[in-house]
Design a protein around this ligand. Structure first.
Ligand code: SF4
Length: 144
């Protein structure tokens, strides 16, 4: 089995605050399956620094908390990560929840108040448009 996943889920410190979203559940799943893993971080691939100002999606575009439009970097990184998926043709794509890049089910609403709305991050949107079915890490037990 081959898995493309959000790099932060493996413990890479690429999250906006310089931390990660290490998932024991994912690591155990990878071990059980003997899976080959290809980590991607669309935001780093798009040239954004770590740490970075947090961003959310508002009216379809990505802005950081300072109000700067960072949509171009998010889109460029998502396109690069999409190319990795196309090249690798993984069996599963498992992504971090609620990220403005990787979120598969929900994202924050663009007000930086912690309010969630149904929707996807920019990378997940691109994957769906291309016919891929990314899974939210929260749903890993269901997909495993
Ligand atoms: S863009 Fe995705 S891989 Fe990168 S830190 Fe955010 S959730 Fe993790």
């Amino acid at each position: 089995m081959k898995i493309v996943c959000s790099a932060c889920l493996l413990g890479t410190d690429c999250k906006y605050n310089g931390g990660n979203n290490y998932s024991e559940k994912l690591v155990s799943f990878i071990r059980e399956q003997g899976a080959q893993v290809i980590p991607v971080c669309p935001e780093v691939m798009g040239g954004l620094p770590t740490p970075r100002v947090p961003s959310e999606i508002r009216d379809g575009r990505v802005y950081n908390r300072n109000g700067e439009d960072v949509h171009a970097a998010f889109t460029a990184g998502a396109q690069q990560a999409l190319q990795v998926v196309k090249d690798e043709n993984p069996d599963r794509i498992i992504l971090q929840s609620r990220s403005p890049s990787c979120g598969c089910k929900e994202v924050y609403d663009g007000t930086f108040c912690g309010k969630r709305v149904k929707g996807q991050g920019i990378f997940a949107q691109m994957l769906l448009k291309e016919g891929y079915q990314p899974d939210d890490i929260e749903d890993l037990e269901e997909v495993a």
